[in-house]
Design a protein. Structure first.
Length: 459
């Protein structure tokens, strides 16, 4: 049955455990083990040369050399090693930039710009976040640098941080979904190339004609949550954040601040040229030392501060890679799509669109990346959607939105982990209830609505 598919079982378990406040990292590990066991994978592999080698493969939950769950999780963690290293280095860089006072100066200018209108600040943050995907593709690296110094201003304006989490997530996702530039060009190219491989020649020019529907759906969702759900005042305590200078303190452009500015520009330039986040973050740290924004004796403080800021996120992304590897290795994702295809024979376009998007949501919630989901769903969606009567434009929209859905609400997605890293700098922002749930409501609900209506009208 569809409900007993390992992907469905493990993703539902992951969501339930997170909602019950079990740590995200532990929830991912448990969900990964359950996914593997449900798919019939052995839990662990005994070394044939060790204890009672003749019993290997005969004990329940154990197996011989092959696809054991624990080994698969560990093996999959390597796929996220670059991302994890990047987050650690970004954390160190962010901590040092925060200490320099540079971002506090920027935060003060933002404070004067927005005045006492909290909605100006929320949408300004969304606007800044948009640049991180297309114009200056630095992804989430700006969040732990910019957001913590602004928390005091948010407290003063009594801004509900759930609205800010939604604004950040909007800026991280909507641009690459709808605009083929920066990370968006990568996203659109993946859709086009995988649809072409599946037998439907597609270009980026084709994708950009329809994927704006996804961006518009997200914009409507953002407006809804900011003004309707989370527009009321919310009180937070003013908590001192290590490495962050308060907005109440007088700050000027010191030599340390100028060094931080030069380092930030160096990091940005290297990131644009190389598109390598770990390397560009390392270059930024090196420039911090060269400009003496950080002194040699302060390196240990920088490392420890950076680890406090981003180490947990890095480890979550590592384990998420292992969890995704279990789902892919088990073959459960392909079985899920095939079983769904068999169920939809004779269904209407509306029902078919809803089911296809729901499957994309489940897969992406598990894998945690919209980019990595496209190859999985495109191979099945193209022939299936054609058979169901969807046009080429409708299929592009369904694949793009299906891939993006789970990324907004997944506990292990960088689109949710990033906002939490900044908003929880003072320990007053819950990852699940204050980031994942609001972003799920804001974007997944409206993306499904936009995807269904758009795909039906385009067909």
């Amino acid at each position: 049955m569809l409900l007993f598919n390992p992907v469905v079982v493990s993703v539902l378990l992951l969501v339930v455990l997170c909602m019950l406040k079990l740590n995200v990292l532990l929830s991912l590990l448990v969900a990964g083990v359950v996914a593997g066991l449900t798919a019939g994978m052995p839990l662990y592999v005994f070394n044939p040369d060790s204890w009672q080698a003749n019993t290997v493969g005969k004990l329940p939950g154990f197996g011989t050399e092959g696809d054991a769950i624990i080994g698969t999780i560990i093996g999959g963690m390597g796929t996220m090693a670059e991302t994890a290293l990047a987050y650690i280095l970004i954390g160190m860089f962010a901590y040092s930039i925060g200490k320099s006072g540079l971002i506090t100066i920027l935060a003060k200018k933002i404070s004067k710009l927005v005045g006492n209108n909290k909605f100006y600040l929320i949408f300004l943050i969304a606007f800044i976040s948009i640049f991180s995907q297309n114009l200056l593709p630095v992804h989430i690296s700006f969040i732990p640098i910019l957001i913590p110094p602004l928390l005091g201003l948010m407290n003063k304006l009594k801004i509900d941080r759930r609205a800010v989490a939604s604004a950040l997530c909007f800026g991280l996702k909507a641009p690459y979904i709808s605009i083929p530039a920066g990370f968006g060009l990568i996203f659109h190219n993946i859709i086009a190339s995988n649809m072409t491989d599946a037998g439907m020649p597609t270009t980026v020019a084709d994708t950009q004609k329809v994927m704006w529907i996804g961006g518009l759906s997200m914009l409507i969702g953002l407006i809804f949550v900011v003004f309707v759900l989370y527009g009321k005042d919310r009180e937070y305590d003013d908590v001192e954040i290590p490495g962050v200078i308060s907005l109440d303190q007088e700050v000027h452009m010191t030599g340390q601040a100028w060094g931080a500015l030069i380092s930030a520009l160096a990091m940005l330039i290297v990131q644009i040229i190389t598109t390598n986040l770990p390397f560009s973050a390392l270059i930024g740290i090196i420039f911090l030392l060269i400009t003496r924004s950080i002194k040699w004796k302060e390196i240990d403080e920088m490392v420890n501060g950076g680890l406090d800021l981003m180490a947990f996120i890095a480890f979550v992304m590592l384990v998420a890679g292992g969890y995704a590897n279990v789902l892919n290795t088990s073959g459960a994702v392909v079985h899920l799509v095939n079983d769904t295809a068999a169920m939809m024979e004779g269904a209407s376009l509306v029902v078919s669109a809803i089911v296809l998007l729901a499957i994309g949501l489940v897969i992406t919630m598990g894998i945690g990346t919209s980019f990595g989901t496209i190859p999985v769903v495109a191979a099945i969606y193209v022939p299936l959607a054609q058979q169901l009567g969807f046009s080429k434009s409708a299929i592009i929209l369904l694949i793009g939105i299906a891939a993006a859905l789970g990324d907004a609400g997944s506990p292990a997605s960088d689109s949710t982990m990033g906002p939490t890293s900044g908003l929880n700098a003072d320990g007053q922002h819950d990852h699940i209830m204050d980031t994942c749930v609001p972003t799920f409501i804001a974007f997944d609900v409206f993306l499904v609505i936009g995807g269904v209506i758009g795909s039906v009208l385009l067909s």
